[in-house]
Design a protein around this ligand. Structure first.
Ligand code: SAM
Length: 247
């Protein structure tokens, strides 16, 4: 996929029919169990594997949100350019774990994080869907956005090639902490892949605040799902042209 800065329009936005086809292809990744058994799950197909996700309706993080499918579809269909094999990947607000699971299936070393309340279900989904199928065993661990990130992931020993996040921006009071967590974890050569579900104005304004700290490139625009997918990287990262220029 070609690189496009955010003020340029993504392919799917330039032609709404392309966005519509893409949204259909993404939603077609989901299937439902044909027989109702003792355990409820939703099925997804990514990386040629069936993935079974157990949900629970009592917590935000225990339900799978469509942004996660959008990010997984992108990772699978752009694996030449965004090759996760042997890469260090962290997911923020992983919820039921689909994005982390697909990243593991694509060969990444994954650190999958969320609030303590959802870790039990998250660990269950991650273990059931990656055991015996992946090169690296994923780590599921608590990360509450904010200053805790500095103790849990010291920059001297921890480096991530990719930060992944799906639907982490909504009406919660931790948007400042989320922005600081992205900033802390994003080193010079880290790329952020972030699927944003647009809802109400106050939290939609987060995109502009994010843009003040990071370069932002729109990869997908899917109006029928109210979702955009962004790639972001640090503003102080030098471009290839700058690196090549004589000092
Ligand atoms: C809407 S859900 C999205 C879950 C998953 N990424 C998906 O797309 O299906 C938002 C996630 O952010 C997590 N979250 C919310 N506030 C958080 C915080 N302060 N620190 C860490 N995670 C948080 C929630 O527990 C939840 O899993």
């Amino acid at each position: 996929m070609e690189s496009r800065e955010c003020d340029e329009r993504s392919e799917s936005e330039a032609d709404p029919a392309v966005g519509e086809e893409l949204a259909k292809a993404i939603l077609a990744r989901q299937f439902h169990p044909s027989v109702i058994g003792p355990e409820m799950w939703e099925g997804y197909i990514f990386s040629d594997q069936q993935i079974r996700i157990k949900e629970s309706t009592d917590l935000y993080g225990a339900v799978l949100w469509p942004s996660a499918m959008v990010l997984c579809h992108f990772l699978e269909t752009n694996r030449d350019e965004y090759n996760l094999l042997d890469k260090n990947v962290i997911e923020l607000g992983a919820g039921t774990g689909l994005v982390s699971i697909v990243s593991c299936l694509l060969g990444a070393k994954v650190t999958c994080t969320d609030l303590p309340d959802v870790l039990g279900n998250l660990q269950y989904n991650v273990t059931c869907n990656t055991r015996g199928r992946c090169k690296y065993t994923p780590l599921v661990t608590e990360l509450v956005w904010g200053p805790e990130v500095e103790q849990k992931f010291p920059q001297s020993t921890q480096h991530f090639d990719y930060i992944l996040a799906a639907d982490v921006v909504y009406a919660h009071p931790y948007l400042d902490q989320l922005l600081d967590t992205f900033s802390y974890l994003c080193q010079l050569d880290t790329q952020i892949l972030w699927a944003m579900r647009f809802r109400l104005d106050p939290e939609n304004g987060f995109v502009e605040r994010f843009r003040q700290r990071f370069h932002l490139e729109e990869l997908y625009d899917l109006p029928s799902l109210s979702i955009k997918l962004y790639r972001a990287w640090r503003r102080d990262k030098r471009t290839k042209a700058q690196e090549a220029a004589p000092v």
